[in-house]
Each structure stands twice: as C-alpha cells, then as structure tokens.
Design a protein around this ligand. Structure first.
Ligand code: H79
Length: 498
C-alpha cells in the first residue's frame, strides 16, 4: 500500500515539474516581437561588436567563475546542520532549521574572515593549468560584503583580520598568467539600508533609493579606477522593481561606464528598457554585449541564440556557488559532464564558465582540484577545438559536437558508432571541403573517404572516417578535419575514389 502511494506521488510530481518547466522562458527560442515599438532606452549600439576586446571574449572558450565571500566560512551548513539555501545565500536561512539569531551571526562572520591559505598565484596557476582564458570574481555578492577595500562602506575586506585587498591580488595574479579578469557585481545589497526591492513611492523612499543608486555607481567607478586591468562586469541581481524602474539612470550609467573604460564588456543582465524588458529590449534586441541568461542551463538549439554572443555559467554541485563543505549529499558533475557542456557551449558560439567556491581559508574544494586537473589534462590535448573555435553551419552530429575554424572542422566524439565509421554529412553548397582527418590528441591520421549513399535528390554529400578498432579512449576525443576553401564537387570526388 505504501509503495502505491509513493508511485502516485511520483507521477504527480512528474506532471507538475513538466508543466512548470514549460512555463520557463529559457526552454525555447526567444521570439522576436511582431510589431516594432518605440524604445528610447534600448541597446546603446545595435549589432555585434567587432573590436579586439570583444573578439578576444569570443575566443576564450573556457572560463572560471569564483564565488568567494564570508559565506565561505559557513560552507552551506552551521554546527553540522545543512542550510536549505544555496550556499552563497545562507544569510537568508530561516525557519525551524535555522540557528538562533542566524542573521546576526552571519553579519558578524567577517570578523573571522582570515584566509590564511589564500594564495592568488596558486589559484591563477590552477586556472591556467585547467585552460581557463578568463575569470570572473565576485567582488560583492547579495550580502554586500566587498572583497576590495571600498571607501563607500565599512563592510569590506579592510575590516576583517585579513585586511589585504583580494580583488587586487587576483587581478594581478591572473593577468600575469594571461587570464583576463571580469568583476561579478551584485546590485542587491542586503547590507545597505538604502537598498530596496520594490519601487520607491514616497519622497523619502525616493531619496533613499537615489542614495543607493549613487552608492552603486560610486562602487562601480571605484572598481574601474582601482583595477584598470579589469575587462568587464558580470552583473547580477538586477531583477527587482526598484532597479527596473531606474531605466533612465541605468542607461546613462552604462554610457558613462563604457566611456570611462574603453573596450569594457557588459552582458545582458545589467539593465532593462523603459517597458521593463530585461536581457532583450521590447523589440527583441540584445541589451549589452552578450547574452547573460544562460545560468545553469544550455540552449538546446543553436537557432535559439539568434547569432548572439553568450556565456554559460555552471556549478559543479546541482546548485550552490559558494563553498559547500559536504559534497556527499548530491550528484556532482564529472569531468565528462563538464567536457560535454563545454563543447555544447563552444559548438553554439558561447563560452563555458565553470564555478569554483573556495573555503574560508582560501583553499579550493578537493573535488574542484580534481576536476580542474582532469579538465586541464583534456584541454592540453584538445584545446585547439575550443580556443577561437566557433559554431559550424552543419546539421548537429549524432556523434558529438562540431566546432570550426577557418581551415578546420573539429568533431568532439562522445558517441562512438559501433561500426567505427564516423559519417560527416556536408551540404553540397558548403564552402569548405574536407581534405584529411586525424585524431587531434596524437595527430594519427585517419582514413577518410567520400561515400555516395545514393539518396535521391540529396542536398548533402558524405564522408566516412574510419576509427581504428585498436584505438580506445575513455574520454571524449576530437577528430580534426582539415578543410579547404572551395566548392564540393561530388562528381569529381566520385571519380577520384577519394
Ligand atoms: O551568484 C549566483 C547566484 O547566487 C545568483 N547568480 C549566480 C551566478 C543568483 N541569485 N539569484 N539567483 C541566482 C536565482 C534567482 C532567481 C530569482 Fe528571479 C530571482 C527568482 C525570482 C527572483 C530570476 C529573476 C528569475 C526570475 C526573476
């Protein structure tokens, strides 16, 4: 009897979760509105940026996110009791599992922040080994704690026993490794009494919120002034009504930030138009330089992206970006999962950014160390298929993901066919002709031949690449196909018995 009840509940749950997931807008393409409407506070510039800074962003392929703040001291739990919130949200822990006076305890944690194992160079060298080309550091998360000595609040690293500027150390160490640094900045600030979620109504509320806006602006300029090597901002927490209503002010701020820091890169999660549309304005035009809505999710189809630049930011545990002491209670992604997500992203023209949540002493989780090493080992052999590679205009492959450069096509194989024949399906109209195939990791050349599979009126041609039966791989592997600019001439190929 008990069993049956369980079954009914499971089915109900399945129905409920299906319905709710359909309601989420990220589950499908973003439809462009039919009617063009007047938008005054839309994108500052329409169309894709072509400057060197943006081109560099496009070519990163792999990035590292770091969530670090006083929440790292807690690690997702307190006195052995696990918090039900995401680890970096632990301050809002409430209900009967929450420790007594929890918020007060949390707001005093900074007095203990003294990461004696922190070594910015060690993190930077690990990121380099992993193959990351950019890093995003949480300068300030929703709790308002600043990892840099901001002069606009007392709630900063300068007030902790550690005292030293963490943002500066990270920018210097990562930049020295050739890794670009971006600054995560949450608009939400639970530590500032002028911060609010709802739109201000009374004169007093308006004055207070204006003070908050000025404070935010001051902090952003402070960050750019202090750290001129920073490449851009990764904004968060911009969904509240108060911020949405300040569209005129945020529009001007974006202009001013860009003027003050030429080349600055800002994603679509910074501001909205005057109709409250976020990420894309009311006409469906992207706000900012790249689409920043792919947080713990990936597009199923390339067409959903409308050709925009984008990044996917991903946690290793299911959710939780700050340090989580105990990983044993949930599934944590494997390097296989991460390579899959990385290649999925790059094959659709995006960057993949993997999150790390170091502990309160400044050490990465041992699980993160292991994954960084595994991913790095893979990247050393196969990075050529990632860096500077982009979407290939081919039908998705059943074997894995295509990425492309000017004279090469790469296929990262996850599903090896049982007959060891990898079939490429290339449109007759293609402007790149396959010439030769090899295994990227060890340069072994592979037999490739044109095959006429005889489908009437077919708009494609086919090439079969033979994988040697003796070749074994427990990891996904990359086939590099050298290509030559030109038109495919099926008749000629047939004659040549290629
Ligand atoms: O820093 C990590 C998270 O702590 C932070 N973003 C990543 C990078 C984050 N904050 N909140 N969230 C993630 C999820 C918030 C979701 C919601 Fe909403 C905010 C639900 C309702 C308000 C987003 C905005 C979905 C609807 C509106």
């Amino acid at each position: 009897m008990k069993k049956r009840i369980y079954k009914v509940t499971a089915i109900l749950f399945w129905i409920v979760s299906c319905t709710s997931s359909q309601a989420q807008s990220w589950e499908g393409p973003k439809e462009k509105p039919n009617d063009h409407i007047d938008v005054k506070f839309g994108p500052l510039n329409k169309g894709k940026r072509t400057d060197a800074d943006m081109q560099r962003f496009r070519e990163y392929g792999l990035g590292q996110f770091i969530h670090w703040g006083v929440y790292a001291i807690a690690g997702g739990e307190w006195n052995g009791v696990k918090a039900p919130t995401a680890s970096e949200w632990i301050r809002v822990w409430s209900g009967n599992t929450a420790p007594p006076n929890w918020q007060q305890t949390y707001d005093n944690l900074y007095k203990q922040f003294n990461p004696k194992n922190f070594d910015a160079k060690r993190w930077a060298s690990q990121a380099k080994q992993m193959g990351a080309r950019y890093m995003i550091i949480t300068t300030k998360h929703h709790d308002g704690f600043c990892l840099w000595p901001s002069k606009y609040t007392g709630y900063t690293i300068a007030q902790t026993p550690y005292k030293k500027d963490i943002v500066k150390q990270l920018i210097d160490a990562y930049t020295a490794e050739g890794i670009d640094v971006y600054l995560y900045f949450s608009i939400i600030d639970w530590n500032n009494k002028d911060y609010r979620t709802s739109a201000p109504k009374t004169e007093e509320e308006k004055e207070s919120y204006n003070r908050f806006l000025t404070f935010t602006r001051n902090q952003l300029f402070e960050l750019m002034d202090n750290y001129p090597k920073m490449k851009g901002f990764w904004f968060d927490g911009t969904w509240d009504k108060a911020w949405i209503n300040a569209y005129e002010w945020t529009y001007q701020l974006e202009k001013d930030l860009r003027n003050a820091h030429p080349g600055l890169i800002i994603g679509s999660r910074f501001r909205n138009d005057e109709h409250g549309k976020r990420h894309f304005d009311s006409n469906g035009d992207l706000l900012g330089d790249y689409e920043q809505g792919w947080e713990r999710k990936l597009p199923a189809q390339y067409e959903w992206l409308n050709g925009n630049d984008w990044d996917c930011v991903m946690t290793i545990p299911p959710n939780g970006w700050g340090y989580i002491k105990d990983w044993s209670r949930f599934y944590t992604k494997t390097s296989y999962d991460l390579i899959d997500m990385l290649m999925h992203s790059v094959s659709m023209g995006g960057n993949f950014v993997l999150n790390f949540g170091p502990d309160g002493n400044g050490k990465m989780h041992t699980g993160e160390d292991k994954l960084a090493k595994e991913l790095g080992d893979w990247m050393k052999l196969n990075g050529e298929a990632v860096y500077g590679a982009t979407h290939a205009a081919l039908a998705p492959s059943p074997y894995g993901y295509y990425t492309q450069k000017v004279n090469a096509l790469y296929l990262t194989v996850f599903n090896r066919p049982v007959n060891n024949q990898i079939r490429l399906k290339i449109p007759r109209s293609a402007t790149q002709v396959p010439e030769a195939a090899s295994l990227l990791a060890n340069k072994t050349s592979l037999k490739m031949k044109f095959v006429d599979i005889g489908i009437d009126l077919d708009k494609n041609v086919y090439f079969d690449i033979t994988l040697p039966a003796s070749f074994m791989s427990k990891d996904p592997f990359v086939i590099k196909i050298d290509t030559k600019t030109g038109k495919i001439n099926a008749l000629e190929l047939e004659k040549a018995h290629m």
